[in-house]
Design a protein around this ligand. Sequence first.
Ligand SMILES: Cc1ncc(COP(=O)(O)O)c(C=O)c1O
Length: 370
Amino acid sequence: MDKNMGKNVREGIKKIAPYVPGKPMEELQRAYGLDIEKIIKLASNENPMGPSPRAAEAVRKCAGKISRYPESSGYYLTNKLAETLRVSPDNIILGSGSSEIISMAMEILINQGEEVIYPDPSFLIYRILARKIGAVPVEIPLKGDFSYDMDMFLDKITDKTKVIILCNPNNPTGTVIYKKQMENFMAKVPDRILIVSDEAYNEYVENENAGTAFPYFEEKNVVIARTFSKIYGLAGLRIGYGIAKSDIAGFMERIRPPFNTTVPAQEAALAALDDKEYAEKSFKNNIEGKYYLYGELKKLGTEYLPTEANFILCRFKTGAADIINKLEKRGIIIRNMEGIGTGYARITIGTPEENAILINALREVIKESV
Ligand SMILES: Cc1ncc(COP(=O)(O)O)c(C=O)c1O
């Protein structure tokens, strides 16, 4: 790049702090000479059970087709999702992960200088996407217990507000918007605003009172972003989808990058939707792991936040960085969340073996850190 090019780069882009993903297993392997097979990654809220065998088989089967572009509209997957969700295919739009759905939903509406409201702490991509399109980010703090203050979202609406993003369950807290809160919010939010409901962890929710934006998408202006990266175990294939009224979905379709979802991703997603047994096993593994970790974290005297997702936000009394570093030397990766406050870290719920190894390691590491 010309060394003066930086001067021409948009101010909003210069303000972006690059997204830092969970540490890759390969990095630990290189740093500490560890056996990659033994490294436990509990840092990116992936499905710890590996992919559905049916999805993996679908990928193998389509290997001979990858010299061709995919069918851009994802006809079969769109129809299958429509049938599963009992909506029209016009209500479905496919994305390269649900992040792309969120991005497209913002792009169809927001002009430079207009506002997008979203929770804080939450998924860091919202801030990056807002800056990318020159929007003004308006961050609404969660309450002290990390629950949602929906009135504050409504209070912060101005003439410039175009989009409100809700993250439900919220990453990294695992907290939800309850049905009643959602109902009140939807009744009050002006129709000119697009609600983007990021429901990446929806399938893990256990609490019956937790809400979703799904009942409102036909009546209000809503885009629901869901993903195959989590309970369907396809994070590496990058595939997600949006649910919206057909006019909104149609506008998003105009800016959807051609061929944004790949042949293997579409085939694997179709197979994953059919593999109910895998999704049920993943759900059960998560619930069992969650209660096991609650019990063990409590015994270790580590504060944690009850979760409706596949991760747990916890707080280490002696700070998070040192604990995380020591865990990494033992081949275990969790996510530093000290951006929220001292001691915070996020643990993805693993398999029973992974959870037990983590707890044993934590027991030693916490002892060393006091
Ligand atoms: C809240 C939230 N939304 C969306 C995503 C991204 O999902 P995808 O892989 O579908 O882009 C994540 C991933 O961690 C997430 O935590």
